[in-house]
Design a protein around this ligand. Structure first.
Ligand code: GSH
Length: 212
């Protein structure tokens, strides 16, 4: 028998936040498996058996493990399609949706991290993301055209990923908070699901800190 419950392998103050935000948007129940990356819970054998990368987030659902934040978001959007947060297979927005979800992990994150770490740039034809300036320009151009959400008028799975990521990278000072980016972040972070995920995470961190 398959297990319909979602176990969410989560650690506060990490990339797992975006997954938590999406789960709240979808309104599906989940059980938290809370880890503390500061003490290396993610590298213990029990968790390495779930995700050999020793990274969060991950989810276990119906006997399947999904890792990588963009893959988890795509999986959840399709599994809970009735929530209407993922363009379906025949929706003309599907291609744009997939492109942006994969662009996030294969271009945006590596470009930002390499740049923030001051790694010497690769020649553009050897780099999976061309170059940092191109990636930043493409994202800024897209946000500048977005009067509402990432794929158009309606909030989607893409906003859970991009909205929470832009929230963090601008807070860390590794991506410029232009007025357009700030307005987009405000639209995403003012959503009740974002606020709930944030409040729940803050309560968990406070309880953890009190416990020492
Ligand atoms: N490519 C992964 C990256 C996940 C990742 O780097 N997670 C960090 C937290 S933000 C982590 O688990 N760090 C713990 C460690 O590396 O030991 C994804 O997109 O899900």
């Amino acid at each position: 028998m398959t297990d319909d419950r979602i176990t969410f392998h989560y650690a506060p103050q990490t990339r797992a936040f975006g997954t938590r935000f999406l789960l709240e948007e979808l309104g599906v129940p989940y059980e938290l498996h809370v880890m503390d990356t500061r003490v290396g819970d993610q590298l213990k054998p029990d968790y390495l058996a779930v995700n050999p990368m020793g990274k969060v987030p991950a989810i276990s659902h119906r006997g399947v493990v999904v890792t990588e934040q963009a893959a988890i978001a795509l999986y959840l959007g399709d599994q809970f399609a009735e929530a209407g947060l993922a363009p379906g297979l025949n929706d003309p927005r599907r291609g744009d949706y997939l492109r942006w979800m994969v662009f996030y992990g294969s271009c945006f994150e590596p470009a930002l991290v390499d740049h923030a770490m001051k790694r010497p740039p690769l020649p553009r034809n050897n780099s999976p993301y061309a170059d940092y300036e191109t990636v930043v320009a493409i994202v800024n151009e897209h946000v500048g055209r977005t009067s509402s959400f990432w794929l158009g008028e309606d909030f989607s799975v893409a906003d859970a990923l991009w909205g929470s990521a832009l929230f963090w990278v601008t807070n860390f000072g590794i991506f410029e908070k232009t007025p357009g980016v700030a307005a987009y972040i405000e639209r995403v972070t003012s959503r009740p699901a974002f606020r709930k995920a944030q409040a729940d995470e803050a309560a968990l961190v406070a309880a953890r800190d009190r416990a020492g």
